[in-house]
Design a protein around this ligand. Structure first.
Ligand code: AKB
Length: 332
């Protein structure tokens, strides 16, 4: 680490207050904007800063503070944290599983070097740091049904390897220096307003758009490929509730969170209750099918439920009803 400040380390470091000042990296991906909106409702618009290396769409820019931040540029990040008196950092910048396999060197740089920068920054500035992990942090030798919090993790993707690295580095720095590191392993996240980019679970978003436009979805996974999934609002709520949990309630620093598990066939069947004419054809692609086959089919999230009260609101039927209504609304 570049510099370590334990809290309370000196006159200038302050305890985390009730109203955190939040910076979100990779803010224009699938999750950043929604999380910022939910946090801004609780903590005020000015206290949540979204960042990315891309130009934001006007509606995002008009919602609240947005800044340029490159996770590979340590000085740029440090300036943002210092100038904006940041106390919580949510690190969403990452290349996902499928796109990572097509760009291994870039995935290694963003997911590992970028992570090292935010870890150093969090230590230096006594930040509470949230880094998402994933079902992708497990591999073919992990128990898959269900996968518990603590078990063998030998992922076979650069994405998974980088996420296990993040879990271990964060926990190491927590135990050694008291870094307030918090990590949730997300399932595939299903959202109507934002698209995922380059993941293995992306079909679970696309199928809704196809169902409402052409009525035909060509799925790159086999019909019976079961994966853990979650509605985006549950994912945001879990993240915020976990960030707000007192340290004394956390027996772990990395938790699985679960809501439901389904196969392409099952979600299609549920969509057909609303749109009977949906047609799904299956054309499995080798890379994504191999990745999916190595991931858990179910998550055991009993520790999250027990320690800080995690409870999902959406099951499969609620998810399908909400997705179809939200996409329809957006289209009109
Ligand atoms: C992906 O498919 O890569 C992500 C994930 C499950 O982490 N959605």
């Amino acid at each position: 680490p570049r510099q370590i400040n334990r809290w309370p380390s000196n006159e200038t470091s302050e305890p985390p207050t009730d109203s955190p000042r939040v910076l979100i990296t990779g803010g224009l991906g699938q999750l950043g904007v929604g999380l910022a909106q939910m946090l801004r409702k609780q903590y005020g618009e000015e206290n949540v800063i979204l960042s990315d290396i891309r130009r934001p769409p006007n509606e995002v820019y008009n919602m609240g503070p947005f800044v340029y931040a490159d996770v590979l540029d340590y000085k740029n990040l440090r300036e943002l944290v210092v100038n904006n008196r940041i106390t919580w950092l949510v690190h969403y910048s990452a290349l996902l599983s499928a796109i990572g396999e097509a760009n291994v060197a870039l995935a290694r740089t963003i997911n590992i070097t970028g992570l090292h920068n935010v870890l150093d920054l969090a230590l230096e500035n006594c930040l509470r740091l949230f880094v998402p992990s994933t079902i992708g942090a497990f591999g073919p030798s992990s128990p898959r049904d269900p996968a518990p919090d603590l078990c063998i993790q030998r992922p076979r993707t650069i994405y998974g390897v980088s996420k296990v690295h993040a879990e271990l580095m964060g926990e190491y720095l927590h135990h050694k220096y008291g870094l307030d590191f918090r990590c949730l392993r997300y399932p595939g996240v299903v959202s109507a307003h934002t698209k995922p980019g380059g993941g293995t679970t992306d079909y679970a978003v696309q199928i809704f758009h196809d169902a409402l436009s052409t009525g035909h979805h060509e799925c790159y996974l086999r019909s019976n490929t079961r994966l853990p999934m979650m509605h985006i609002s549950d994912c945001h709520r879990a993240t915020i509730e976990f960030m707000q949990a007192p340290e004394s309630q956390l027996s772990l620093r990395t938790y699985n969170i679960a809501a439901m598990s389904f196969t392409p066939e099952e979600v299609a069947e549920e969509i057909r209750k609303h749109l009977p004419h949906l047609r799904v054809t299956y054309n499995p692609d080798t890379i994504r099918q191999t990745i999916a086959d190595s991931w858990p089919v179910r998550f055991d999230d009993s520790n999250a439920r027990q320690d800080w009260g995690w409870k999902p609101a959406f099951g499969l039927s609620e998810l399908v009803t909400d997705m179809l209504a939200s996409i329809r609304e957006k289209r009109t």
